[in-house]
Design a protein around this ligand. Structure first.
Ligand SMILES: Cc1cn([C@H]2C[C@H](O)[C@@H](COP(=O)(O)OP(=O)(O)O[C@H]3O[C@@H](C)[C@H](O)[C@@H](O)[C@H]3O)O2)c(=O)[nH]c1=O
Length: 381
C-alpha cells in the first residue's frame, strides 16, 4: 500500500548519496528512490554529489543541472556549500554512512516531530547483522536518533532491494528478442556469460579455458574496469563493439548500459560474473549461476564477507559442487584461477542452476528493503 492517501500529502523522503567510487552507491540509491516513489507513493528527493557517475547509469540525468526530475524522483546536486535547508523531510536516509550537511542536521533537530533518520549500511551476509540491524543511535547533542538499516539475507536484516514486478519481468523475459538486438543468438548449445568485474589477473586463465571449452562460449564483457584485464589478456586495446573469435570463445565488448538494461543482460546469460553489492543482488534475482568479485579491502575484510555469503548461498549443495564453487570463487577473487578450477565448476553447473533458482525463490519470500524501510518509517518518531 502506498504510504500516502488521496487526502494526505505524500510522505517526504530525502536520500543523501556520496559516490565513493564506481557505481554501487548511486546504483543502490537510485533503485531505492525509484521504488519508494513507484510502490510506496512517497515524494523522494535524491541528493547526489557526483551527477556524472549518476548519468552513466541513467542517461536522462544532466550533470550540469542542480535540480531535475527523473522517474518521479526529484534529483538534486549535493553541492558544497549545501544550499540553506528549507523544511527537512519526514524521512532522511544517509546512504553508506555519508555525512549529512551540518546545516541540514541542525534543521532536522528543529523540526517537530523529528524526522526518521536512517543510516543505510552496506550489504552483508555476516551473522553480526542480526545484532546491529535496527539499532538506535541517539545524537550526542541534538534531540535526534539515527537508526541503522543493514541490508542482508534473512528476516533479521533490512532485506534486499527488489521491485514488486522484478521476478515477473524475469519470468517473462524474451531472450530471443534480446539476442536479436545484441549480435544474434549464440550458437546452439553455447554457454552465454556476462563479465562485470574489477581488474582481475585471472581473466587470462579464464579466457584460455573458454577458448578450449567443449561447447561454444559467448562472453559479453561490460565496459567496466575488467575490460582493462580483458584487453591485457588479448594483447590489444578492446573497445565497445569489438568482437573476437578464438577457438570455442566468441568474445564481445558491450557499451556501458543504463541500469535497467543491465538486468536484461543478466537475464539473457547462463552465467553472470558480477562485482560490488548491487550487481550481486541483481544476479541473485536473475536466478542464474553467478560469480561475485567482491570489492577488495586492504585488510582482507572482504574475504570474511565473501565467505559469509558463500555459507548462505552454498547451503544445500552437494559436497563436490560446494567444493568446486567455493574453489572457483576464491580463485577468481584471489586472481589465481586455473583452467582445472573452471572445468570443475562448469561440470557442476547443472546442479548449481537448480540450486541458484531455489536460493532466489527462498530470498524472494522475505520483505524487500524498500518495504522494510517504508514500514519502519510509516509513523513519525
Ligand atoms: C556493467 C553495468 C553496471 N551498471 C550498474 C549496475 C549497478 O547498479 C552498478 C554497479 O554497482 P555494484 O555492482 O555495486 O559495483 P561497484 O563496484 O560499481 O560499486 C561498489 O562501490 C563500492 C564503494 C562498494 O564498496 C561496493 O560494494 C560496490 O557497491 O552499475 C549499469 O548501470 N550499467 C552497466 O553497463
Amino acid at each position: 500500500m502506498p504510504s500516502s492517501t488521496a487526502h494526505s500529502a505524500p510522505q517526504r523522503w530525502d536520500i543523501f548519496c556520496t559516490v565513493v567510487d564506481n557505481y554501487g552507491d548511486i546504483g543502490v540509491c537510485w533503485r531505492l528512490a525509484r521504488q519508494l516513489v513507484a510502490e510506496h507513493g512517497v515524494a523522494a528527493r535524491l541528493w547526489v554529489d557526483d551527477l556524472g557517475a549518476f548519468a552513466r547509469i541513467c542517461p536522462e540525468i544532466d550533470p550540469e543541472r542542480d535540480s531535475q526530475s527523473a522517474a518521479g524522483v526529484d534529483v538534486r546536486h549535493w553541492s558544497q556549500p549545501f544550499p540553506a535547508p528549507d523544511d527537512p523531510a519526514d524521512v532522511v536516509i544517509e546512504a553508506f554512512a555519508c555525512e549529512l550537511p551540518e546545516a541540514y542536521v541542525a534543521a532536522m533537530a528543529r523540526r517537530q516531530p523529528a524526522p526518521r533518520w536512517i543510516n543505510l549500511e552496506y550489504l552483508s551476509a555476516e551473522p553480526w547483522v542480526a545484532d546491529c540491524h535496527g539499532l538506535p543511535s541517539p545524537h550526542p547533542r541534538l534531540p535526534l536518533t539515527k537508526h541503522f538499516f543493514i541490508p542482508g539475507f534473512d528476516e533479521n536484516s533490512a532485506g534486499l532491494l527488489r521491485e514488486r514486478d522484478l521476478l515477473a519481468r524475469h519470468a517473462g523475459f524474451d531472450a530471443p528478442a534480446w539476442w536479436a538486438q545484441h549480435g544474434g543468438a549464440p550458437a546452439c548449445g553455447s554457454l552465454a556469460i556476462s563479465l562485470f568485474a574489477y581488474e582481475n589477473n585471472a581473466v587470462a586463465a579464464l579466457l584460455n579455458a573458454w577458448r578450449s571449452e567443449s561447447r561454444p562460449v559467448r562472453c559479453l564483457v561490460t565496459d567496466s574496469r575488467v575490460l582493462n584485464s580483458v584487453s591485457a589478456a588479448a594483447g590489444t586495446t578492446l573497445v565497445p563493439g569489438d568482437v573476437r573469435r578464438d577457438g570455442a570463445l566468441d568474445l564481445r565488448i558491450l557499451p556501458f548500459m543504463r541500469q535497467e538494461a543491465y538486468d536484461d543482460l543478466l537475464a539473457a546469460c547462463d552465467l553472470n560474473f558480477v562485482r560490488g553489492e548491487d550487481s550481486l543482488v541483481r544476479a541473485i534475482w536473475a536466478g542464474k549461476p553467478f560469480v561475485w568479485h567482491i570489492y577488495p579491502q586492504d585488510d582482507a575484510a572482504h574475504r570474511v564477507k565473501l565467505d559469509a555469503f558463500l555459507d548462505r548461498y552454498c547451503a544445500g549443495l552437494s559436497i563436490p559442487a560446494n567444493d568446486a564453487l567455493r574453489t572457483f570463487w576464491h580463485g577468481w577473487n584471489a586472481e589465481t584461477l586455473t583452467a582445472d578450477q573452471w572445468r570443475a565448476f562448469a561440470g557442476h553447473l547443472p546442479e548449481i542452476v537448480a540450486h541458484t533458482r531455489n536460493f532466489r525463490d527462498r530470498l524472494a519470500q522475505l520483505p524487500d528493503l524498500a518495504k522494510t524501510l517504508a514500514d519502519f518509517c510509516a509513523d513519525p518518531v
